[in-house]
Design a binder for this molecule. Structure first.
Ligand code: 0X9
Ligand code: ZN
Length: 449
C-alpha cells in the first residue's frame, strides 16, 4: 500500500513538472535574438550565464556570426522572462516560437513509426535501416562500393566506412565526408546518405573519375538513436558514454586532439552541450574518424564534416578567431564556389568564414584534419536554416539535390588541383588535355628533371 502511494505521488509529481503526456521541451520557448549593433554581438557572445546552464534551463542552439544573424536560445518557462528582458534591455529584436517541443511531433513522429520500414533516400532513417541499405549496396554495386569495418560505438554499434571508387588501386585523391557526430542534427546523415546514393546511381557522372569518396554517414549512432527514441531526447547532442555518476556523453566535436580544450568547451561532464571529454579522443567514435584521417592522410585532399544548422560553410581555425591559416584564401575561395553552385541550383547560399571567427571552439574534427593530419581543405558544413534541428522531412527531396551540386563543385575543384592531370607524372596525357586542366606543363617538366 505504502509502495503504491509512493508510486502515485511520484507519478503526480512528474505530471506536475511536465504535464501528463507532455515532454520536457513542450513548454519551452525558442527565442531568436537578432543583433543589429556591434555591442549586441558582444552581449550575445556571453550567453548563457553559467548558473543557467547547470540547471538545464537554457540551451544556446546557434550563435550569431555577425549583424542580423540570430542567436537562438531555447529557454524553460522559468527563465523565459529573464531572456526576454535581456533582449529588450539591450534593444535587440526577438522572434519567439512558443511551445517549441510540440512542433517535434508533427514533423517527425511519423519517421519513428517507420522504424522497420525500408531505407528512404529522402527520409530520416534509423541507424539499422542505414546499415542494412549499405550492406545491401555492397553487393548490388560491388564494382563501386566497399565497406571497411572501423570498430564499435560505445554502445557496441558496428560502424563501417563506405568507400566508393571506380579503381581502388589507382591511388586517387580522396574526399572524406562524415556526418552525425552531433546526434540531433538529423539532416547531416541524410545528406551523407544522399551523396552515397547519387555516387552509385548517376551512371554518367564525373565525380568518380579519378577521385575516391570515403563516407562515414553516422559518426555517433548511439546519440542518433537516442534522439529517435523519444521526443524528450530529440535535442540530445553528445555521445552516450558514461562520464560521471549520473551524467552521459561527450561533445564529439570538442574531443579531437588538436588544441584540445583551449576554447569554447566545458569541463563539466554533466554539461549537455560542449563537454570536451576526460581526455582527447576519449570516445571510440572520434578515434575511428581520427584513424581514417591518419591512415589516408596523404591521399585525403578534402574533408567535410556535415552538421546542422544555419547554412554556414566554415574552415580552420576553429579554436581561435584571432588568426587564420596561411592558406585561408584558398579555403575561402573554394567554399564560395561551392556556395555559388548550391545557390545556382536554387538552394540557399552559405555564410563563408573561419569557424573561429563565428565562435571559437577547440577540439573540432575540422581543425584536427587540417592542423594534425595535414589535409589541405577542411570544412564544417552547417546544413539548412530556419527550422533549427527539426528540419521537415518533406523538404529533403528539394534541398538534398541542391546541396549535392556543392559537392560536385568540390569534386571538380579537388580533381583540378590534385587529380591525375595535375600530377607531375603526366604519363600519356596530352599537352592539350593538361592545358584544359590548367596544368602548367613547363612546371611539371621542371619538376621531373
Ligand atoms: O560547435 C560546433 O561543434 C559546430 N556547430 S554545431 O551547431 N553543429 O554544433 C561548429 C564547429 C566549427 N568548427 C570548430 N569550431 N572547430
Ligand atoms: Zn553539429
Amino acid at each position: 500500500m505504502a509502495k503504491c502511494l509512493v508510486f502515485v505521488i511520484g507519478f503526480l509529481g512528474l505530471c506536475w513538472q511536465v504535464g501528463c503526456g507532455q515532454h520536457k521541451y513542450d513548454n519551452y520557448t525558442l527565442l531568436r535574438i537578432i543583433p543589429n549593433h556591434d555591442q549586441h554581438l558582444q552581449k550575445l557572445a556571453e550567453l548563457p550565464l553559467d548558473e543557467e546552464i547547470s540547471h538545464g534551463e537554457v540551451e544556446v542552439l546557434k550563435r550569431s556570426y555577425g549583424l542580423n544573424d540570430s542567436t537562438d536560445v531555447l529557454v524553460s518557462p522559468n527563465s523565459k522572462k529573464l531572456f526576454e528582458q535581456f533582449a529588450v534591455k539591450n534593444g535587440m529584436p526577438v522572434v519567439t516560437k512558443h511551445y517549441y517541443g510540440r512542433s517535434f511531433e508533427a514533423l517527425e513522429r511519423v519517421s519513428r513509426r517507420r522504424l522497420r520500414e525500408a531505407f528512404r533516400v529522402y527520409g530520416y532513417n534509423s541507424f539499422d535501416a542505414i546499415k542494412s541499405y549499405l550492406d545491401d549496396l555492397k553487393f548490388r554495386k560491388a564494382e563501386l562500393v566497399r565497406l571497411q569495418p572501423l570498430g564499435y560505438s560505445y554502445q557496441r554499434r558496428a560502424m563501417s566506412l563506405v568507400k566508393i571508387s571506380k579503381d581502388p588501386s589507382a591511388g586517387n585523391p580522396i574526399i572524406f565526408i562524415d556526418a552525425g557526430i552531433h546526434a540531433r542534427e538529423w539532416v547531416a546523415p541524410a545528406m551523407a546518405m544522399y551523396i552515397i546514393h547519387r555516387l552509385v546511381t548517376d551512371s554518367g557522372a564525373r565525380e568518380l573519375d579519378g577521385l575516391d569518396w570515403y563516407i562515414l554517414p553516422v559518426v555517433n549512432p548511439d546519440g542518433y538513436e537516442y534522439t529517435r527514441s523519444s521526443r524528450s531526447q530529440r535535442l540530445w547532442r553528445k555521445t552516450r558514454s558514461k562520464t560521471a555518476r549520473d551524467c552521459y556523453g561527450v561533445d564529439g566535436n570538442r574531443n579531437y586532439g588538436f588544441k584540445w580544450g583551449v576554447s569554447g568547451v566545458s569541463n563539466n561532464p554533466c554539461d549537455k552541450e560542449t563537454y570536451a571529454g576526460p581526455k582527447p579522443f576519449s570516445e571510440p567514435e572520434t578515434q575511428m574518424v581520427r584513424n581514417v584521417m591518419m591512415t589516408y592522410r596523404d591521399r585525403i585532399k578534402l574533408y567535410v564534416s556535415l552538421h546542422a544548422y544555419g547554412q554556414y560553410l566554415v574552415y580552420p581555425w576553429g579554436y581561435t578567431g584571432g588568426s587564420l591559416p596561411t592558406s585561408w584564401r584558398k579555403l575561402d575561395s573554394l567554399a564560395r564556389k561551392v556556395s555559388n553552385a548550391v545557390q545556382n541550383a536554387g538552394g540557399q547560399p552559405f555564410k563563408v568564414l573561419s569557424a573561429g571567427q563565428w565562435y571559437p571552439a577547440a577540439g573540432g574534427s575540422d581543425d584536427f584534419a587540417f592542423g594534425a593530419a595535414g589535409i589541405p581543405y577542411s570544412y564544417t558544413m552547417e546544413l539548412t536554416d530556419g527550422y533549427e534541428f527539426v528540419y521537415p522531412e518533406n523538404n529533403l527531396a528539394t534541398i538534398l539535390p541542391q546541396l549535392y551540386e556543392g559537392f560536385r563543385t568540390f569534386a571538380e575543384e579537388i580533381k583540378q588541383e590534385f587529380g591525375y592531370a595535375s600530377r607531375s607524372s603526366l604519363g600519356s596525357i596530352t599537352k592539350q588535355a593538361a592545358l584544359n586542366h590548367k596544368v602548367n606543363f613547363v612546371h611539371c617538366d621542371l619538376a621531373r628533371n
